[in-house]
Design a protein around this ligand. Structure first.
Ligand code: ZN
Length: 234
């Protein structure tokens, strides 16, 4: 198989786009971890993560549900870092040097004396010290700049065990696809309810109120009906 056929080239391209999509999700996972800690506090510790070319999943220790407003803040923070388009820096250093720079390591994981440190995002001052948005030990494949991630959309947040939460998200074109699907669903709802999109929630509330009223009326009528029929036979 010494010849290069057209088919082989096509396969190589598919592979590299899958690798690129995985790299986006992987780098985004690090930004997500940092954003979760910023919004929910240092109690957030990584319990596991799964990265594919399609989705990213991040499990962490946290003992209460995360509110919709908190999720929105996390999502905004990550996207701010994506927009800032800072380079993802990879450096090799001793584990002690990495720790002194505030790099996060996975608890219980064994590391050699030399480690690979990934730094991403804009610098900020934490306890009087300059610290990058995200600094973690990692041996994986990453984007060159945060802007390569494109956009991050959190698709779900749930509890998976006592004290363990799971966030799932998509990036790049998968995020665009997800946003378009949600837009389509909202448009369909608006058209079914015959209102403009921003009025959907109000319309649903009005319908629920109306239904409650009707149910009460029906109950009263049924009660009256029972009274009537029992007096007929009295
Ligand atoms: Zn990593």
């Amino acid at each position: 198989m010494g010849d290069i056929s057209t088919k082989q080239t096509a396969e190589a391209q598919v592979l590299s786009s899958i690798r690129a999509a995985s790299a986006k999700n992987h780098s985004a996972t690090h930004l997500l971890h940092a954003a979760l800690r910023e919004v929910l506090g240092d109690a957030v510790t990584q319990k596991g993560s799964l990265v594919s070319s399609e989705v990213l999943r991040f499990d962490f220790a946290y003992d209460k549900p995360v509110s919709a407003a908190e999720i929105m803040r996390v999502e905004r923070l990550v996207n701010e870092q994506i927009q800032a388009n800072t380079p993802a820096r990879i450096e090799h250093m001793s584990i002690d040097e990495a720790m002194s720079q505030g790099a996060m390591a996975l608890f219980g994981e064994k590391y050699g004396s030399d480690v690979r440190v990934l730094t991403m995002g804009t610098d900020r001052i934490v306890d009087g010290q300059r610290k990058p948005f995200s600094i973690e030990l990692c041996g994986g494949l990453h984007v060159q700049r945060t802007g390569d991630i494109g956009v991050l959309k959190i698709t779900s947040e749930s509890g998976i065990a006592a004290g363990i939460r799971r966030v799932e998200a998509v990036t790049g074109m998968n995020a665009v696809k997800n946003i378009q699907q949600s837009e389509q669903q909202l448009s369909e709802l608006a058209s079914q309810l015959k209102v403009k999109r921003p009025e959907v929630a109000q319309r649903v509330r009005t319908m629920a109120d109306k239904q409650r009223d009707l149910e009460k009326q029906l109950e009263r009528l049924q009660q009256k009906n029972r009274q009537c029929s029992s007096s007929q036979f009295a």
